[in-house]
Design a protein around this ligand. Structure first.
Ligand code: CIR
Length: 262
């Protein structure tokens, strides 16, 4: 099991009441903040059960989307990189995350050119895949590449399908060389050399699963894809995700997963 799926810690942030103002591509109704809190508690508990020491940061009312901490940073075994979100309403979230990162990492670096959000980044044992999207541009990716070069990482720039929010909205790493992906993303050819498990038709919203140590955190309500994971031998922990989904959030968005260096 490599560093890409083996973690000791996670950082999360409680959902704010202002989550009702969260960004979304399509309006399917506002998330219920109280129900979201319950779902979030279940998510944190699942991380703990999976072996994580979880830091739960306080809600930030000024930033409706701040529960989606994944977009604010990239955590690697050598250090952390603070992102530069493409969404202007989310840009202030990174400064609020920095102290937590500094408490866990000796080396904290920061993107200063272009835009990049963590949801567009998939780390595998052999490379870092980054999808350009409405939130992440070529300058942001070049900036990331420069910042991780001395740690020995290869960064591969890809395209996120136009109708998809983040690259990882449509995929997740299940094992060192195994990726869960929607058909539309896999069809771009970006996962050549990996074993790909496709989400079932109509269950594209389940692609954003997270492997954390021995388990896969997976959203409730996607039985066909769930069955594919079980059949392939994964231990799946199903979690409620209805409220996060109303503001385009999934399993990976809700945490930063890491192994501290301090
Ligand atoms: C946003 O549009 O930024 C939030 N409503 C959802 C962010 C989801 N984050 C992720 O996929 N990493």
């Amino acid at each position: 099991m490599s560093f890409a799926i083996r973690f000791s810690n996670a950082i999360t942030r409680k959902p704010a009441q202002s989550i009702v103002d969260g960004l979304r591509a399509a309006d399917t109704g506002n998330p219920d903040a109280e129900v979201f809190q319950e779902h979030h508690r279940a998510y944190v508990e699942a991380l703990r059960q999976a072996g994580a020491e979880v830091m739960v940061l306080e809600a930030l009312e000024a930033f409706p989307d701040s529960v989606f901490v994944e977009d604010t940073a990239l955590c690697l075994k050598e250090g952390a990189i603070v992102m530069r979100p493409g969404a202007s309403t989310r840009r202030g979230e990174t400064a609020a995350m920095r102290p937590a990162l500094e408490s866990l990492f000796e080396d904290v670096r920061e993107i200063t050119e272009g835009f990049i959000e963590g949801g567009d980044i998939l780390v595998t044992p052999k490379e870092i895949l980054v999808g350009k999207s409405a939130r992440t541009d070529a300058d942001g990716i070049a900036s990331l590449r420069a910042l991780v070069a001395d740690w020995g990482y290869q960064v591969r720039e890809l395209e996120t399908p136009p109708e998809v929010l983040h690259f990882k909205t449509d995929c997740g790493l299940l094992d060192d060389n195994v990726i869960l992906s929607t058909e539309r993303l896999a069809a771009t050819g970006c996962f050549e050399g990996y074993e790909v498990i496709l989400t079932a038709s109509g269950e594209e919203a389940s692609a954003n699963a997270v492997r954390f140590n021995d388990v896969v955190l997976f959203p409730e309500g996607f039985p066909k894809t769930h069955a594919r994971l079980i059949e392939r031998g994964f231990t799946v922990v199903e979690l409620p995700n209805s409220e996060a989904a109303k503001v385009d959030g999934g399993m990976s968005c809700l945490s930063l997963r890491l192994t501290p260096t301090v």
